[in-house]
Design a protein around this ligand. Sequence first.
Ligand SMILES: [Zn+2]
Length: 229
Amino acid sequence: MTQANRQANLLNDCINSLKLWKELIETHLVGDEKSGELKHLEEIVKDCCSIDFNASKCSEACQDVVDHFNSDSADTNVDIEELYREKLANKQTSFNDNYQQQKIWKEIFNVTDDYDVEEVEQATNQNEQKTEYEEMQDSIFYSNVFTPPVDPISKMIIKDPYKNRTCGHVYEYKFILQYIKSMKNKAKCPYMGCGNRNITVAELVQDNDTKNKIKEYIKTNSTQSSDDD
Ligand SMILES: [Zn+2]
């Protein structure tokens, strides 16, 4: 797994826990307690946006350094670290209060103003019998950047997604099968905080929509082999 994939996985885990936190607040708290906790959540999400913003600036600066050494006229007799710092300094346009435009913020607070018409149509067609969980998961796909789901057991990007009809969670098929078998029918959903305490193979349905999106994602980010099984 490449560094970029590891980072994508970590970020995905992080976003999922923040979403769960928000959901718990909305389900269990009321009044001042609720608004106080939501404020707290917003602060943490702001921090995450800022970390993510800085991380992307750092990797852009790294790329600039690589480009520098790849160019024919490059002065190769430079201190790499110094060059990196210089490149990074050129990028430090802080995003200030613009965090609501950040991908993480949009995903957690379900801001879905950017999705295209085709997806909107799909959403209206399928909307009737959706659980809150399913809608929460779908909202990932309506933001302009698709984040591939990470299997809670293997911690790898899921390639053959199966969805649990009861709680809406998505798993890598072969791992969830093994897990259910190994728990001798006393398996609880491996997503942290999920209340589904007895998952069965019969609850699992193939999730083709997600599968296609993952395929596309892997194709465009093809640092990882997509057919190793
Ligand atoms: Zn679950």
